[in-house]
Design a protein around this ligand. Structure first.
Ligand code: ZN
Ligand code: ZN
Length: 326
């Protein structure tokens, strides 16, 4: 069926794009650097020089390309919602706090998106080096007191890491996020978590309103009890595939937007849950990635956890004092 092939192609394209989103946001620079190095080798053989320069400036140096792409995606989804869905919802007299909820969510999201982009993640420099070294003890597994950053020429505080994109060491380094064009570290992790959760809620509220609108259309048009004549000339009751196909033909952009939002909610939900798990257990993505698959003797690494409440407090009231942790 043409419609199903079209829809499957569309969903596959979305999954690939969103997988790239999660991959670029979540993976540590080490993993990403390896992949980028391999991609470089392949691309240098096939791409013209000007395109190679453009590719390198997008992924390997700090720039706002993905921030702009992020805002364009926001604008496209909300333009479609405001232009088509909202008008229909108002005509059908749907509950107005429900249909305006996505605007409240995106307002919160955009504010924390800005804070993520603009805030200092916890850059270690000569002035604050001594203070940051005092904040966490070295576990002698991932972090060693004698480690110096060869680029910054500074002592590496425990839990910090040098970001090759930003060109500096970052306190309690989590990952470098191309979508906010900034590192996620000890001082802006709170903004990143709220940004991520509010983005998931924005997508969820949009998907919920669009689904409610389409259900209302189906109910008001009595589509469930409608019949059609099949190729053998027999009268048949419409089934779910027929209804979806009919909705797609009647509201193509709205159904496409709903498909995009459903995939986005699923992936953002999984990623948010993962980041919350790391927050509640006081781990960074960098530490989780490095310890993954390493069999450590029981009790050899106690980690930095101070209990669920202590861990939440550490994210929302980040430690910048001179008091020694643990
Ligand atoms: Zn460094
Ligand atoms: Zn960075």
């Amino acid at each position: 069926m043409d419609f199903l092939w079209l829809f499957i192609t569309y969903v596959t394209f979305l999954v690939v794009c969103i997988f790239a989103f999660c991959f670029l946001s979540e993976r540590s620079r080490n993993g990403l650097d390896r992949v980028l190095h391999r991609a470089d080798t392949v691309l240098s053989l096939v791409l013209p020089t000007w395109l190679q320069r453009r590719y390198k400036s997008s992924f390997q140096t700090r720039n706002g390309a993905f921030v702009i792409l992020h805002l364009i995606l926001d604008i496209l989804v909300f333009a479609e919602y405001s232009w088509e869905v909202l008008g229909y919802c108002l005509e059908l007299e749907m509950n107005w706090p429900f249909i305006f909820l996505p605007y409240a969510c995106i307002s919160v999201n955009l504010y924390f998106f800005y804070r993520c982009c603009a805030a200092d993640p916890g850059i270690v420099n000569r002035k604050n080096e001594a203070s940051y070294v005092q904040l966490y003890e070295y576990d002698s597994i991932l972090f060693h007191p004698e480690n110096q950053c060869p680029t910054c020429q500074l002592t590496k505080p425990a839990r910090s890491k040098h970001c090759s994109v930003c060109g500096c060491c970052v306190h309690r380094f989590d990952h470098h996020c191309v979508w906010v064009n900034n590192c996620i570290g000890g001082l802006n992790m709170r903004y990143f978590l709220i940004y991520l959760i509010s983005l998931t809620l924005t997508a969820l509220s949009l998907a919920a309103v669009i689904t409610a609108f389409l259900l209302k259309v189906v109910l008001l048009s009595h589509m469930m009890s409608a019949t059609f004549i099949d190729p053998d000339g027999l009268e048949q009751l419409v089934n779910m595939v027929f209804i979806i196909q009919h909705l797609f033909m009647t509201f193509p952009r709205i159904v496409f937007t709903l498909g995009f939002l459903c995939v986005l909610v699923l992936l953002l939900g999984v990623y948010s849950a993962f980041m919350l798990y790391l927050g509640l257990t006081n781990q960074t993505t960098n530490e989780w990635h490095k310890l993954k698959g390493r069999s450590l003797a029981a009790g050899s690494r106690k980690g930095y956890s101070k209990g669920i409440l202590g861990n939440i407090l550490e994210i929302f009231q980040p430690r910048t004092c001179h008091k020694k942790d643990r």
